[in-house]
Design a protein around this ligand. Sequence first.
Ligand code: NAD
Length: 260
Amino acid sequence: MNAPTRTAPELFDLTGHVAVVTGGGRGIGEGIATAFAESGAAVVVAARRTDEIEQVAATIRDAGGRALAVTTDVTDDDAVEALAQAAVDEFGSLTDWVNNAGGSPMRMPLQNLPREEWDRTIALNLTAVYVGSMTAARHIERGSIINISSGAGTGPVPGSAHYGAAKAATNSLTWTLSAELAPNIRVNGVAPGAIPTEVMLQAVGKNEDQLDSLLEEWNIPLGRLGTPQDIGAACVYLASDAASWMSGEIIRVGGGAKPR
Ligand code: NAD
């Protein structure tokens, strides 16, 4: 075996990376943006709510990192192209793109779901991932794309057929794009388990004070709900050279596999 030329911490270091994180203003996206910045990357934080992304970018800069906030609706193709261009203009290149913006606030049997929510969910959770990935592929010379998926994309979740269908299709995009964009761009996914964020709590009809009951209901083997940092750490790994031999994989980060 050849002697390793870099240490493990060097492999996980993101210095020199420039990463776009969509939906980076709060929740999981904020966790990903923060983890990237802490690992040395310059981060472009994108979402529709300007006050939230400005706050995340300011916190990163206050901690000594590099960050830019770009107000973006990921369902607007022109805005997504402008986002990529803003990253290159500010930091000189683009190396990583995290398609994180997503979710659906509605959980109900498909027969009751308003048609508009079906269309909105597909636009945000699938079409925007396609557009984001194609935009990233035009701008990234060498780097990676990470798609935030969900367990709803790999099995039945009653009440989430619309969301699960979009996430399953996103998994398929991850697999096929990993082959089409190799060897210069790696494409992977992360499927988070239960992370109490705004959209998640809305979907399950709970509030911040009911987290204990959620934990009990879901019986998570590792004994706690997830945090945005749990997902940020997995994304740092996937973007880093530590994962340089990995593409087309979807990592589940969800508090342990439940016994059957
Ligand atoms: P959240 O509501 O806390 O954050 C969603 C982010 O996406 C926000 O910053 C919001 O502004 C942004 N966003 C929404 N629509 C947008 C649009 N059209 N354009 C740009 N930005 C937009 O939700 P979250 O739980 O952090 O979700 C992040 C991702 O994680 C989603 O893809 C979601 O499906 C996935 N996920 C979450 C959980 C969970 O338990 N929280 C589990 C599995 C998967």
